[in-house]
Structures are given as structure tokens and as C-alpha cells.
Design a protein around this ligand. Structure first.
Ligand code: PMP
Length: 354
């Protein structure tokens, strides 16, 4: 730390992203990316429609917002775009939390929530998961705090039903409930249809997972027009041109090829079932996943050891060295070939383990 760093951030512990190796001869199952690139149709559209790069991007992002609005049966004014959903999560912390309206989220969830709370000096209530790693909706009733819930949750992969989330929204009428649906397209129920009925519901989704655009950095938030206006106040105070022209063109290209998105999600869900089944046969406990990753533990090999041994063999998975989940690993579901490489290496490791 330099002697110039603001005292406001002296104790800030930044988010630790998963490793992003430069050399790609690894089986990369550590950051929940989509194993399939955007379709040729989406790429061709982007190449043909990109705005000249000597100009600033189209600031309203209207084409992408209108296409999202059409897909979800809402208005473009119900939508704001972000540089990845991470940026929108931070905007939501800035817009809807402070020392008077503090925040609550599950104690085991997306690691960025506590970082954004700290960054913005917002006292956070971290609510424990149940013993089976599920979120108990009742724990979030009448809190008098802004609520952040990842649904499906990460790193567990477990989902609440739309009715369960609606219960939380109903019992927090005077607080915003932010539902982070990064993984919803892999088997969850989106709460976007509820935004018409609840002025306090903000749903955030990403193009990084089901839409194969992690490198493009694009996410969106959907909510009541007044909530979106607040998000825009923050966006226009931080970085009005937050979505670059290349990403805008790619985002629209991807949204015009829903068929490929759906087919890829279907394949990933099939591969998830295949992998969960194989891991269970190898003695693993695997949580029921509605996402593009599996959260699993073995009695024979510790979480940290499995992570390190697989890494040495060129297979990257994610381990969180944290109380409560130290024995577990989060494994991204990739192609069938990637899953077979993972399973082969795990089988060999288990054979070597006394
Ligand atoms: N929410 C959750 C639960 C996530 O796991 C991630 C991915 N790390 C994000 C949001 C952020 O995704 P992105 O910024 O790529 O849209």
C-alpha cells in the first residue's frame, strides 16, 4: 500500500477471481464460463453491425435493451446494461444501501457481495445457510435491509423457486430485493416476470454464462422503471459509456440467436447430470445443481488436496479455503470431453489415494 492510499480503503480485501491462465492447454473448469464460443451467426452479426470505433458507443444501448425487453415481455425502460453483472451489483449496492439501509445476504454466496459492502462502507448481515446448504427464505423476511440473493446460489448451485423468492420480495416491501440470476438459464426460474408486480424487485442477469460472452463483459438489470432510473443515476455518475461498441454488437448478435443459447444450455445440463452421476458413483456427495457447475466433496480426498492434485494434472477447478466449505470443490460443467478428462483424472487420483 502506498502512503497515498485513502484511509477509506485501508482494510478493504479485494475479490479474488478464479485463475485465468494465459496458456490454454488446461482443462479450465474453475470460473463457470460457457465451453462453447458465441455462434458464427452472432459473430457475423456483430462484425456487420459494429458502430465505427472512432465514435463513442451508443450511450443508451437501446437496441440491446429493446431486444431484451421483447424477449422478457417488459419495456426497454425496465432495463439497464452493465459492464458484466458485477458492475450492476456494485451500482445496486451504491444505489440502494447505506448506513441507514444496510444489507443482508447469505454467508455462503457470491464472494463479491461482502467486497461491495466493504467498498461502499455498508454494514452487512451475513445469514447462515441451512445445514443442507439451502437458503431458508423465512430468514430474509422483514429484515429492514436491502437483500442480495444469488438464485441459483453460488457456489452451491442450489435454487429457490420463483414462489420462494416472491415470498421474500413480499415480506420486504420497503426494501429492495436484488436477485442475482447469473446462472438461472441452467434450470432455475427467473423472477423477471415479477418485476411488473413489485416495485422493490431488481433482477440481475449476465451474458457471461448461458450466452457465452464472459470476455465481452455484459450484464443487465431488470426492474421497476424508478429503480432503473436510480441505477442510471449511478451509471451516469460513474461511467456513462460502460458498454463498448464491440460488446454492444456482440450482445445483440447473441440475443438474435436464442436457439444456440438454448441448445448450449441443454447440452451443459445433460453434461451436468452425466458428471454428477459419475462423481456420485466415485463416492462424492454432490449438491443438486440448477447451474452450470457442481459443488461436490469426497470423503477420500480433501477439497484443497483435490484442487491442487488436479491442477498439477492440468485440470483447474475452484476451491474456497473458507470455513464450512473447505472440504468442497466447485466444478464448472464443460463439454463432455472436458468432463471425461476431469473424471479420468479423479479416478486415477482416488486409486493413488490409500
Ligand atoms: N453473480 C454470480 C453469482 C457470479 O458467480 C458471477 C460470476 N463470477 C457474477 C455475478 C458476475 O458475472 P459477470 O460480471 O461476468 O456478469
Amino acid at each position: 500500500m502506498s502512503r497515498f492510499f485513502s484511509y477509506r480503503y485501508e482494510t478493504l480485501v479485494p475479490y479474488t477471481p478464479g485463475e485465468q491462465p494465459k496458456i490454454m492447454n488446461v482443462t479450465k473448469l474453475n470460473t463457470n464460463e460457457n465451453p462453447f464460443p458465441p455462434s458464427e451467426k452472432a459473430l457475423r452479426f456483430a462484425r456487420e453491425h459494429i458502430r465505427p470505433l472512432n465514435l463513442y458507443p451508443e450511450i443508451q444501448c437501446i437496441d440491446v435493451r429493446e431486444r431484451l425487453a421483447e424477449l422478457h415481455g417488459i419495456d426497454a425502460d425496465n432495463i439497464v446494461l452493465g459492464n458484466g453483472s458485477d458492475e450492476l451489483l456494485n451500482f445496486a449496492f451504491m444505489a440502494f444501501c447505506d448506513d441507514r439501509k444496510q444489507v443482508a445476504f447469505p454467508n455462503i454466496s457470491y464472494g463479491f457481495y461482502p467486497v461491495y459492502a466493504d467498498l461502499n462502507h455498508i454494514p452487512a448481515l451475513e445469514i447462515p445457510l441451512r445445514k443442507d446448504f439451502s437458503i431458508a427464505p423465512e430468514d430474509y423476511y422483514d429484515l429492514g435491509r436491502t437483500v442480495f440473493i444469488a438464485n441459483p446460489n453460488a457456489p452451491t448451485g442450489m435454487a429457490l423457486t420463483r414462489a420462494q423468492v416472491e415470498g421474500i420480495v413480499k415480506r420486504n416491501r420497503d426494501s429492495v430485493v436484488v436477485v442475482d440470476e447469473a446462472y438461472v438459464d441452467f434450470g432455475g426460474e427467473s423472477c423477471i416476470p415479477l418485476i411488473r408486480d413489485y416495485e422493490n424487485l431488481l433482477v440481475i442477469q449476465t451474458f457471461s454464462k448461458s450466452r457465452s460472452l464472459a470476455g465481452g463483459r455484459l450484464g443487465f438489470a431488470a426492474g421497476d422503471k424508478a429503480l432503473i432510473a436510480d441505477m442510471n443515476t449511478i451509471k451516469y455518475s460513474v461511467n456513462p459509456y460502460n458498454i463498448n461498441s464491440m460488446t454492444l454488437a456482440l450482445g445483440l448478435g447473441v440475443l438474435l440467436d436464442e436457439e444456440t443459447t438454448r441448445a448450449n444450455c441443454f447440452t451443459i445440463m445433460e453434461n451436468r447430470a452425466y458428471t454428477a452421476d459419475a462423481l456420485e458413483k466415485l463416492g462424492f456427495t454432490v449438491l443438486p445443481s440448477a447451474s452450470n457447475f457442481l459443488f461436490a466433496r469426497s470423503d477420500k480426498i480433501g477439497g484443497g488436496e483435490l484442487y491442487r492434485s488436479l491442477k498439477a494434472r492440468g485440470v483447474l477447478i475452484r476451491h474456497f479455503d473458507r470455513d464450512g466449505i473447505r472440504d468442497w470443490n466447485r466444478i464448472t460443467v464443460g463439454t463432455r470431453e472436458q468432463m471425461d478428462i476431469l473424471l479420468k483424472n479423479i479416478r486415477e487420483l482416488l486409486e493413488e489415494t490409500p
